[in-house]
Design a protein around this ligand. Structure first.
Ligand SMILES: [Zn+2]
Ligand SMILES: [Zn+2]
Length: 248
């Protein structure tokens, strides 16, 4: 390699370092493996483990049997079979999602999808979804343009790479919706009413298939329900599960 080539490689690597800073996002230890967390921080991020609600994935303390459903879910209308999240909704997990969502740190998706892949593999219910299609929750185009990307799509794409599941943007958000942070579930449901539509060009691809909806955070389940509802409308898809990074 000539000196000039070596210089070019050096400049290219420095450019990559700028794009993908080679330090752990949590403890700042330097990294060489191309992901965003060191092994210790990755292992220590609090996973959701049993017991958790079999419908919405909400974790609970104590000795509760495996068929447990939380009180919230008793009268919850949800068109998905179950929702499962990988990480507990603690400040540290939210900080990582925040980077991906609002600070354009899309390189984090590669790291965060590892947690989704882990949940996909460990929760036996996903065995029924082994040929399911991943469908990310869409943003309205204006919001996506402003954020320069969609965090759910980035996670879904990386999970597709890791798991081999096909990733299809089958749903479109057809109108802007107000931010849901301060709304309760009922208000969220009416806020989302008719906000989504199946993309015509993908309608036949997902027909009679199972779908796993991918999103960053599951809070009240209103978004997941509304997406499931239109996916299952007229018997289009046969079953829907939900996988998110965090249970908020
Ligand atoms: Zn670390
Ligand atoms: Zn529940």
């Amino acid at each position: 390699m000539s000196k000039r080539d070596r210089n070019a490689v050096g400049i290219f690597n420095r450019f990559l370092d700028l794009l993908y800073p080679a330090i752990c996002e949590i403890c700042q230890a330097s990294l060489t493996h191309g992901y965003s967390l060191c092994d210790d921080c990755r292992n220590e991020l609090p996973r959701i483990v049993s017991p958790f609600c079999k419908k919405c994935g909400e974790p609970f303390d104590g000795n509760i049997n495996d068929e447990f459903r939380c009180q919230n879910c008793d009268d919850l209308k949800a068109d998905f079979s179950f929702a499962r999240a990988s990480l507990k909704g603690l400040a540290l997990s939210f900080r990582l999602v925040h980077g991906l969502k609002y600070q354009r740190q899309f390189f984090l998706a590669r790291e965060l999808a590892l947690f989704l892949a882990e949940t996909l593999e460990k929760d036996p219910r996903f065995a029924q979804f082994n040929s399911a299609i991943l469908v990310p929750v869409p943003l309205f185009w204006r919001r996506q343009q402003w954020r320069q990307g969609n965090q759910a799509y980035e996670l879904s794409r990386e999970l597709s790479r890791l798991s081999g599941h096909e990733n299809i943007e089958a749903i479109k958000r057809i109108r802007p919706t107000n931010t849901q942070t301060k709304l309760n579930r009922k208000q969220r449901l009416s806020n989302l009413r008719d906000a989504f539509k199946i993309r015509k060009k993908h309608a036949s691809t997902i027909a009679k298939k199972k779908v796993i909806i991918i999103d960053d955070v599951f809070t009240t389940g209103a978004t997941a329900h509304e997406c499931s509802r239109i996916l299952k409308e007229d018997g289009r898809v046969t079953d829907v599960a939900v996988l998110t990074l965090i249970r908020g």
